[in-house]
Design a protein around this ligand. Structure first.
Ligand SMILES: *Cc1c(COP(=O)(O)O)cnc(C)c1O
Length: 463
């Protein structure tokens, strides 16, 4: 809607029409526990702290921008998933959300398994001591080197994604004198979006092998015939940032139908099904994520019911949450640099990072929230857009939010729920130095991924 349609209209007219925020929050100093890590709170002096350390101290010691990760929260969420699914199921943390050696050790200690989808992620996992049999290897175009390394190191499963890969993995395993445990990734014809899902017959996407037209059944047929492979199950991953369990229900029903068809044709009951990840988290107060116990109960019920109907033994279930474990555990701390009020529109607040440390807003139109964290303020709410320092007008961190009108250069602001797909998707655009990840726990802060330096940049530039 153009502004001229509301010559004397409300200051936030364009935001209202975009449907993001209908009104400023009642209290700008409040920190919604849904979007902030567990140990985050505002102290009596108005400064926000995490793990018992205030952000002014953290900024002083580690600089900005930086990601601060609440270790206790990470462990608690990992443990909650583990406990919710119990001993008859496996939880694989999706390493692509955020992976570092410290995180691998936390996962190991909390009893989780780990998904990787590249040689680099596999090396990181193994180098931190994750036993290979607790690792699953994913990807739609694994290289020969990656497959060889995965098979040699003895990963617990490789998730096969195409007909070519079935042959490739079988060949490599056989030439190494091994029999590799594999799952076959199918696309079930469910497109899941945040608050809805669409069941379709076909899926127009690069991952997996379609159940439609008997493709997946043919993949199982071929894989079962190859000596280098031990086919242990079927894998399905329907999307990301999902709140509605209905999509999982359809997926589970279709995967179980395939298990029944495999039993009827080959006389084998595949012992495992993996229902993937994709469970949503709260980026803003509008989102209402489900807790892992609710999710486990729903998935177990669906699979048990479908298997009873098909007269199959209930297979071992696994799930692969990434975002739901790490996403809410971290925030990005920025320093405000410049503030540009555009009369009648909004105020642009520039921070010392941007799309190089959080590409999700530009890439997916993702929504985030933001708070002033270095002090409390009683000033009026001001409609802002938080932008980075990159040479790109789409360099937006938070599209629409409210910050106090007395915001000033030098203030620290923080964007919560940046634990997943921010550092792991970070880039060096404009030769930005990728920020550190600092784990904070019980009054102690420790760098787990250090800040890049200009020497790091120059080391790669060998011309
Ligand atoms: C990305 C991915 C996940 C994790 O997704 P989240 O949204 O982070 O939970 C799990 N499994 C597979 C196969 C994936 O590609």
């Amino acid at each position: 809607m153009s502004r001229s349609a509301h010559p004397a209209g409300p200051r936030h007219a364009d935001v209202l029409t975009e449907g993001h925020y209908t009104a400023p929050p009642a209290d700008l100093n409040a920190l919604d526990p849904k979007v902030w890590a567990h140990t985050v709170s505002r102290n009596e002096d108005g400064v926000v702290s995490v793990g018992g350390i205030d952000v002014a101290t953290l900024a002083e010691e580690f600089g900005t921008p930086a990601y601060f990760m609440d270790e206790a929260d990470f462990r608690a969420r990992a443990r909650a998933w583990r406990t919710a699914f119990g001993h008859d199921a496996d939880v694989f943390y999706a390493g692509k959300a955020f992976l570092s050696r410290a995180v691998v050790r936390w996962l190991y200690e909390e009893g989780l398994n780990l998904d990787v989808c590249s040689g680099g992620e596999l090396t990181t996992a193994l180098s931190a001591g994750m036993p290979a049999d607790r690792i699953a290897f994913h990807g739609n175009n694994k290289s020969t080197e990656e497959i060889t390394k995965a098979v040699e190191s003895g990963v617990g499963r490789i998730v096969l994604d195409s007909f070519q890969e079935i042959v490739r993995v079988a060949h490599i395993a056989q030439s190494l004198g091994k029999r590799q445990r594999v799952q076959i990734r199918v696309t079930v014809g469910v497109e899941a979006h945040t608050h809805e899902f669409i069941a379709t017959a076909h899926e127009d996407q690069k991952f997996g092998i379609a159940l439609a037209d008997g493709q997946a059944a043919e993949a199982v047929r071929r894989a079962l015939a190859l000596d280098g492979l031990e086919v242990v199950g079927i894998h399905s991953h329907i999307g990301s940032q999902i709140f509605d369990m209905a999509g999982f229900e359809v997926a589970a029903r279709r995967v179980v139908a395939l298990l029944a068809a495999v039993r009827d044709e080959h006389g084998v009951e595949l012992p495992e099904i993996d229902l993937g990840g994709g469970l949503g988290i709260a980026y803003t107060s509008e989102d209402d994520p489900r807790d892992p116990h609710e999710i486990a109960k729903a998935l177990n019920e669906i699979v048990t019911r479908e298997c009873e109907a098909a007269k199959l033994q209930t297979p071992r279930i696994s799930v692969e949450p990434g975002r739901a474990i790490v996403g809410p555990t971290a925030f990005t701390l920025y320093e405000v640099g410049t503030i540009k009020p555009l009369d009648g529109l909004r105020t642009y607040v520039s921070v010392d990072g941007g799309m190089s440390d959080n590409i999700r807003t530009a890439l997916y139109d993702a929504e985030y929230s933001v708070a002033l964290v270095s002090r409390a303020s009683d000033a009026e709410p001001m409609l802002v857009r938080v932008v980075g320092k990159h040479c790109e007008s789409g360099d937006i961190v938070v599209r629409d939010a409210f910050l106090p009108a007395d915001l000033a250069p030098g203030d620290l602001i923080a964007v919560p729920a940046t634990g997943a797909y921010c550092r792991s998707m970070a880039s060096n655009y404009n030769h930005a130095l990728r920020p550190p990840v600092v784990a904070v726990n019980d009054g102690e802060a420790r760098v787990i991924v250090r800040r890049e330096t200009e020497e790091d940049l120059l080391r790669l530039d060998v011309g």
